[in-house]
Unconditional design. Structure first.
Length: 201
């Protein structure tokens, strides 16, 4: 059983990397409502984040830019344009939809909490990932939280969907949130999450 879990988390590491990149591309190339005239500040002098005239994000860096800082910039960009979408993903994976949508989502939450991984299992899974993938996840989360800090400090930046349901603050992301959502995606490819033919294909 432990060996099966180890194989799952090793495989999940690569799925996690692909999932973050795919979600990042959706955010980078998706429609945006943010101001495209001023690029956001970057926490690393080796990474530059800009938008073109159509609002598409571009992330560039020199040879000194590491995975963490590149993915931090991507996380910030995605959170800037897709914070509400990401919130729905997180709440779906963690079984917390009924907290904002009411009893109609209790069934979904019960299912997700029954079939999903516990906080401890997600922590163990993260520990099983290699250091590069941990850097990717941690950087992405840090970028999300950088944007969330800006939004929580200035309510005018809060996406209107949050305001419609009465939320005025956004909780920070954790690496467990990313792994929980990636596990949901992996099970969409392979319902039992025990075979890899979809990934290998």
């Amino acid at each position: 059983m432990k060996e099966t879990r180890a194989v799952f988390w090793r495989t999940s590491g690569y799925v996690c990397l692909m999932g973050i990149v795919c979600l990042g591309l959706v955010g980078l190339f998706g429609a945006c409502s943010s101001d495209s005239s001023s690029p956001p500040p970057s926490p690393s002098p080796n990474v530059e984040t800009t938008r073109d005239a159509k609002g598409v994000w571009f992330i560039t860096g020199n040879e000194a830019a590491g995975l963490y800082h590149v993915m931090e910039a991507m996380g910030y960009a995605v959170a800037t344009d897709r914070l509400w979408q990401a919130e729905l993903y997180r709440r779906t994976a963690r079984g917390k939809l009924s907290e904002i949508f009411g009893a109609t989502q209790l069934g979904t939450d019960v299912f997700m909490r029954t079939t999903g991984y516990s906080q401890q299992e997600l922590q163990d899974g993260f520990s099983a990932l290699d250091s590069d993938i941990q850097s990717v996840v941690n950087g992405y989360v840090a970028g999300f939280n950088r944007r969330i800090a800006e939004v929580n400090a200035d309510i005018s930046l809060l996406p209107f969907e949050f305001k419609m349901i009465g939320l005025t603050q956004v909780d920070n992301w954790e690496y467990q949130d990313v792994l929980a959502w990636i596990a949901v995606l992996q099970r969409d490819f392979d319902p039992e999450a025990s075979k890899t033919f979809q990934i290998e294909n």
